[in-house]
Structures are given as C-alpha cells and as structure tokens.
Design a protein around this ligand. Sequence first.
Ligand code: FUL
Length: 485
Amino acid sequence: MNRIFSFPVYRLLISIFVVSACNSPVLPPAPLLPVPTDRQLAWHEMEQYAFVHFTTNTFTDKEWGFGDESESVFNPTAMDVTQWTKTFKAAGLKGLVLTCKHHDGFCLWPSKYTEHSVKNSPYKNGKGNVVDEVEKACRADGLKFGVYLSPWDRNRADYGSPSYVEYYRNQLKELFSAHSPIFEMWFDGANGGDGFYGGAKEKRKIDGKTYYDWPTTLKLVRGMEPNVIFFSDAGPDIRWCGNESGFVNETNWNTITPDSIYAGKSGIEKLLNTGNENGSSWIPAEVDVSIRPGWFYHAKQDSLVKTPEQLFNIYLNSVGRGANLILNIPPDRRGLVNEIDVASLLGWKKLIDERFKTNLALNKPVKASAFRGNSPVYSADNITDGKKETYWATNDQENTGNLEVDLGEKKLISFVLIQEYIKLGQRVKSFSVEVEKDGKWLEVAKGTTVGYKRILRINPVEAQKLRLVISDSKACPAISNVEVY
Ligand code: FUL
C-alpha cells in the first residue's frame, strides 16, 4: 500500500474533510423569481377580510345607481359602524374595505370636490363622515382599513374628459391624507356605459387602457401610503380572481405576466383564475364574493344569504387554494349588518373553529426521503414545528420528495393543510397525500399548486401515518408547514 494512504494519514485527511464540510453552512435554495414583496407577504397573512358596499343603492334598492339619486335618500336610521366591526372581528375577518364611492358617485365622506355626498344627506344632518367613522371603528377593533373608490362615476358631468381624472385624483388625495394606514386600495374594473353624467343621460365609452393614466395615479397614492396594496384586474399588487362566485382555480399560481392581461385577450377570466406558472410578476389572486346575491343590501334577498356551510366551501376554494378572500357583507337600511348575515358569519366562524380545532401533526416527528445537505436547518421536522420561518427543502435539482408524519396513534383525518415557504417563490406543481392503511400507502388527496396555503378536504379516514408526496416542482421544494385535522 502507498504510504500516503497508511492508516494515520488516511484518518487525518478524512477528519479534515469532515470538519471543513461541517463548518461550511448549507446554503438555502436560491429564490425562484418572482418572489413576493414584504407588503404582499403581509397581505397573504391576512387571508380574509370584509368588503362593505353601502351607498344610496342601499336605499333605492339598486345595484348600480344611475348617478341621479338625490342625496336625501341616504338616511340610515340606526347606523352603528361599531356593530359592523365587532361582527367582522368575531367572524375572524382581519380588515374591512369600504366603498367610499361606488359607480353612482355618491361619496360617504364630505368631499370638498362635490356636492353629491353625505354632507347633503339627512345622515347626522349632513355632519356625518362614514369613511372616518368606519376607519375609527376598525382601529378600535384591530381591523385593517381599506378603501374602494370607483373610477367610473355616473354622476359627474365631466366623466370621460381629463378634468374627471383630476377630480378622481383629488379625491384619492383627500382620502389618503385623512386616513392612514390604508392596507388596500380597490380599483374596480367596471367602466363606462350609460349614466346621468350631470344630466346628459347618455352612454359614454372610455379607453380603459389610457383614459385614467394609472401609472401616474398609482405613483401619487404610493407616495402617500407606501405599503398600500393595489387591487385591480391586473394588479399591480394583487389581481382579480376572474369571477365573483367565490373561487380561484385548483391550480393557482401567484405569478402572472401583466402584459398578457392588459392585452385584453379573450379568456382573460380563466387566466386570472389560474395565474401563469411562468408569469413574470408576483400578483396573487383575491377572491371577491358577496354573502348575498347582490353587492348591496336588498330586503328581498334576506332568504338568500349564504349559509355557514356555503361560506366554508368558499373559504376552502379561496384561502384553501392560496388566495385571499374579500367577503362582502352589505349593511341594511338601518346601517347595521343584518341579523341574518350576522348569524351566517358567526356560524361560518364556528365551523372553521370546530374543523380546525386541534392540529394533530403539531410537534409530531417527520421523516423525509431526503433533506438539503443533510443539514438540520432544512430537516423534515420543520414542517410540524409551528414556526413559519423554518422549512424543509431538498438539494438543488431534486424536485420531488416525501414527508412522512407520524401522528403517534390512529386519528380520524378530515383536512390536510400545506404551506410553501413563499419567500423563496412558488414551486410545487403537483403533490398527493397518502395515509398508511394495513401497511400500504393509500392516496387520499392530490393537487397541483400549493403556494401560501393549501387546504385539502379528504373523506374522513383513520390513520396514524400520513405522507405528503411532492411529485413535481419548478425547483427544489421548500415546505414550511403541514397541519392535519
Ligand atoms: C364590480 C362592480 O360593478 C360591482 O358593483 C361591485 O362593486 C363589485 C365588487 O365589482 O365590478
């Protein structure tokens, strides 16, 4: 044997190799671009919040006011915005976005740029400011506050001309200088058509792409509220989910290429509903849906309020598919969230609390098929430690893997919740969930994307061991959390 490989030298070389290998940290996976901004991450964590549609429509029984409604119709008889916020808080909603002005142009605050507002209504003898009152109630109840200001205005005589865009921006300045922080700004895509328009009573068409000069408006607002999240069909921070029925697609990419949306191609709703696996920007979907058939309160729809079970399904199809849910709850003519809606909301919250009461996987041991650099930093136990900053990952180029959770004893399993560590981008393309039955693995659920959160409802099954199989991923998977109920 060559002397260099004699026993002591060989041992020494191995030791040097092992020591240096142990001392060099295993690097985390490189981010898979695009990744969310900090403000988008904070938005993802909100998961669900309220939308409040309230204006003259509430009193005229319309969905889209023509813009000729007299201010005198706005007259809630028992207005109590703290009842709204206390109800929403009890229902687990984290914020509220208020229609400060809907398409009819009536302003819920006494804007100095128009007479078509609460200041000419009987509400508090014209001294009311609903925007201010709602914001204060939100702050008191720990809800984030957001605003909706319809770009389309059927009341304004100058709608369609440049002076209206200035008017719209002045109103944004009023709102954003009087209220802060505002977590979300909702830009509605509904635009143009017939209206009162100061008495012209005609149909007006605008070019949605150029008329508003959105880049200038967004810059103005961003300058006043740097962390505001902009919603519009195409973002730039969050996108419309493509329908108003309460679901995002089972395959839901947070990524999309904005150009492909602005192009106004047909099938745009479908694209918004799924996102695009190779999209150039992180623009996650928000699911907007009303607890009632309409966006505004109509007594005739009292019997059509969604049931707790329907709301739970919407929750699974939105939050449970990695989107956020903005649930509209329109106050009635008294200025209160109607008792029927309150009962439904609280029933929904009860279902969520009952069904997700005890996470059977919390702190339970997990075995992985492999983990990154064999480093404990990326080990399998990270997915059950209850910490959002730790995650399991594999080596680069290893785009598949298994995670086996041992619940310690046989339990009845009905839901599995999975989260990716999205700070590193969205990765998983397909996965399945299996349970061990009589020594064999049985598939009980499968899916495509995961993203911020994925919740799978499975036919209740008894098992002690459960396995998450990542069968395809855009890059090595990074899973931060798995919960079992
Ligand atoms: C739509 C509007 O036309 C509806 O009235 C409602 O405000 C909904 C949230 O967005 O585009």
